[in-house]
Structure formats: structure tokens, C-alpha cells
Design a protein around this ligand. Structure first.
Ligand SMILES: Cc1cc2nc3c(=O)[nH]c(=O)nc-3n(C[C@H](O)[C@H](O)[C@H](O)COP(=O)(O)O)c2cc1C
Length: 175
């Protein structure tokens, strides 16, 4: 059983990717197998709603989403939503998300965009019946020092999210 972690930020100094790395460490330290998908390393085409679905690379990403036993998606908050790369990924992979268990790690500039993941979460819930972990992790720049996550509370919440993902996905994704 592999847990898929998707890092959606395209910024080389991404903070949400640091959060994703932290979740990866938690999972691997507890013996979980992790499939790591970093959209900085894996460039995806823009979704045209048409011929893009025939591309082998797109189909392979869809398979990784479909086969995962729970997904942690780390993303930046852009314009009171997740970034376009995250949404593009879901547009490309669509039904592969059916009945997944999904947790979010979000990096934002300020506290007031706390609710900004909701339309993305709604789409996953209503279009693909995903089970969204309610205790998502939201961090601003204050939680970081340089290239390090430096907030014990945020780290603890990432641990809690990763552990919840395993616990819940093991029940929901039982085949
Ligand atoms: C185009 C753009 C739009 C942004 N919009 C918001 C926003 O609506 N709310 C917010 O709190 N921060 C916003 N930010 C700040 C980012 O969320 C913040 O820089 C975050 O660290 C980005 O995540 P990353 O470091 O993983 O790339 C925006 C940044 C950019 C570049």
C-alpha cells in the first residue's frame, strides 16, 4: 500500500513542499511506503479537456492517483484557491480520484485565506466522492525560517494529518 504525496508548488523555494517533505518523513519513519509526485520534477501539460487524455504521461499519473491508498496534496494558496497546477492535475486525472481519501497541506501568505481550499475540496467531494480529512494543515511564512519548517505546532499537525490518513485510508480503501 503506497500513500501518494503530491507537491503542487512550482516555486523552487516552496514552503508547501517543505510541509510535504515533512509528511513524507513522518510516513516513512513509521514504515509506510510513499509515492512522491513533485510537479516541479514532473511537468504536466495543461488540460485541454480533449487529446491530452491520450498522453501516456497523463495516464501514468492517473494510475498513481487511482492506485494510492490515500493522498496528501500540498499546495500554495493563490488568489483564494489552490494554485493552478493543483487544479490542472485534477482536471487531467479526474475520475482517478474516485473514492480517495485526501488530506491537504497548504502554504499561504496570510491567515485570512484559511477557507480558500474549500472549492477545490468541494470538487473532490462532490465530483469524485473523496473523503476529505477535515483537519487540514495551513501555514503562513511565520512557520518557516529560511528553508526550514520551524513551527512545532505545524509539525505536530502534519504528523497528525499523516497518521489520520493512514488510519482512515486503511479502512476506506480496503479492497
Ligand atoms: C499569484 C499568487 C497569489 C497568491 N494569493 C494568495 C492568497 O490569495 N492568499 C494568501 O494568503 N496568500 C497568497 N499568496 C501567497 C502564497 O500563498 C505564499 O507565498 C505561499 O508560501 C506559496 O506557497 P509555496 O511557498 O508552497 O509556493 C499568493 C502568491 C502568489 C504568487
Amino acid at each position: 500500500m503506497a500513500r501518494l504525496i503530491i507537491s503542487c508548488s512550482l516555486d523552487p523555494h516552496s514552503r508547501s513542499r517543505l510541509m510535504a517533505r515533512s509528511a513524507r518523513m513522518v510516513l516513512e519513519d513509521s514504515g509506510e511506503s510513499v509515492d512522491w509526485l513533485d510537479l516541479q520534477e514532473t511537468a504536466l501539460p495543461m488540460c485541454d479537456g480533449n487529446s491530452v487524455y491520450d498522453q501516456v504521461g497523463v495516464q501514468q499519473i492517473g494510475k498513481r492517483v487511482r492506485d494510492a491508498d490515500g493522498i496528501i496534496l500540498a499546495a500554495p494558496v493563490y488568489n483564494f484557491d489552490v494554485n493552478a497546477a493543483a487544479k490542472n492535475l485534477v482536471e487531467l486525472t479526474g475520475k482517478a480520484w474516485q473514492d480517495q481519501v485526501v488530506g491537504f497541506l497548504l502554504a499561504a501568505g496570510g491567515q485570512s485565506s484559511y477557507m480558500s481550499v474549500m472549492s477545490f475540496a468541494n470538487s473532490l467531494m462532490l465530483d469524485f466522492r473523496c473523503l476529505i480529512l477535515p483537519k487540514f494543515v495551513y501555514a503562513t511564512g511565520q512557520a518557516f525560517e529560511g528553508d526550514q519548517l520551524a513551527d512545532a505546532m505545524v509539525s505536530a499537525r502534519i504528523t497528525e494529518l499523516a497518521e489520520s490518513l493512514v488510519r482512515i485510508a486503511d479502512v476506506v480503501r480496503r479492497k
